[in-house]
Design a protein around this ligand. Sequence first.
Ligand code: NAD
Length: 490
Amino acid sequence: LETNIGKLAGYLARFKESGILNQIGGEAQPAASGATFETRSPVDESLICQVAKGNAVDIDAAAKAAKAAFPAWRDMAATERKKILHKIADGIVARAEEIALCECWDTGQALRFMSKAALRGAENFRFFADKAPGARDGQALPSPTLMNITTRVPIGPVGVITPWNTPFMLSTWKIAPALAAGCTVVHKPAEFSPLTARILMEIAEEAGLPKGVWNLVNGFGEDAGKALTEHPDIKAIAFVGESRTGSMIMKQGADTLKRVHFELGGKNPVIVFDDADLDRALDAAIFMIYSLNGERCTSSSRLLVQDTVADDFEAKLIERVNNIRVGHPLDPKTEIGPLIHKTHFDKVTSYFDIARQNGAKVVAGGTRVGDAGWFVRPTLFTGADNAMRIAQEEIFGPVLTSIRFSSEEEALQIANDIPYGLTGYVWTNDLTRALRFTHQLEAGMIWVNSENVRHLPTPFGGVKASGIGRDGGDWSFDFYMEQKHIGLAT
Ligand code: NAD
């Protein structure tokens, strides 16, 4: 821990001195208004640094820079774009430690999970770099009088708006395919965790990305974020965040007919049938809600457990949850760090009382840890039914709600009785049941007898209030590119 804290101090020194600047047209610059805001660590509320507080003026400058850079970036040979994106990945790998330490200090996420986040970000760049040369591939669809050709072209400058929970990985997940497609980018990262977006931007420019291809404007959602979604030069918005923010963005973007791609909230069920490998199901259920502080869109925040095995399963769960280590995020032994900020801490802890008022039991956790920083004990609610707020609302913390069911029909009814539909996790050794159940489960992504394992060629995204559109594989290019038809008379 001491070594990591020492290294972090070295990495932060320059931010403390000059703050975090925006990057517009290849130039590091303060907000046009000169305004800044503070970013503080959730560990102890200490000031990390000042951050440029961009608004509509900065967004306008960034959008214009992205528009000016677009034709050359679009027309650059895709093999050249591929080389630059691989160089960005190399740069990320070279600075992986700095990225991980800064991310943990800024967000409160534990290093044991975040140490891999930078490398996942590099993989996102490599994956889409390799896909860049094929992005425009189309097909010939001849008719008797025409040689019909389809091709794809990048849509134009795009806006990328990201949340605070795993900011580095999510920024790469959105920006890499946009650049590979030939789009230019204006990125508005979350105001609560701006550090690693700045580092990523610097890596990109050092890798030789032409000026203006990728612009960074820090600021608040209702200000800089809103201006980005309303800007006429921005053709599409890739957004990751809360469902209600997604609704706002859709309204804000209506006048300029924005194409939108939304990765939103979740209240994902992990469904454990009594014929499952219960030890593995237990491990996966714990990992999917208590890693990353439970601040994870794909977390398994609703446990649906068959009543025949529920007593035993919940008893083991309580024992395991009580052993989870809460602590300093830079301590390699820590499993849960502090929640991102006070407002979120207040939201998460408010559910401890809501659970009791609803008539559920708080059988593990349910308390704050210490009196500095925003630490909470991993928490388990049992005796819940699906109508309770703890079963319906995204808490976005290390908090699991256990609900019992007696039959497959009941499990399906409970699982689908929710506004969200991001992921589902099904544990059963009955193959026909797994097929039947997954067919009817309302979720964009389902894993059977597995935790969430990302495979980049597969589609990532949700249904219902969990999102619109898919990322991954070629699906990313469907969003960042326009299909074009050309018919030649024969
Ligand atoms: P949020 O919606 O509050 O903020 C996300 C981003 O949107 C921030 O950059 C914010 O400044 C910006 N924003 C806010 N209001 C805006 C507006 N009116 N116009 C434009 N931009 C605006 O979300 P959060 O609290 O930062 O993140 C947590 C949420 O993100 C959770 O709901 C979580 O499930 C979701 N999430 C989803 C995925 C996914 O892949 N589905 C992944 C990670 C997080």
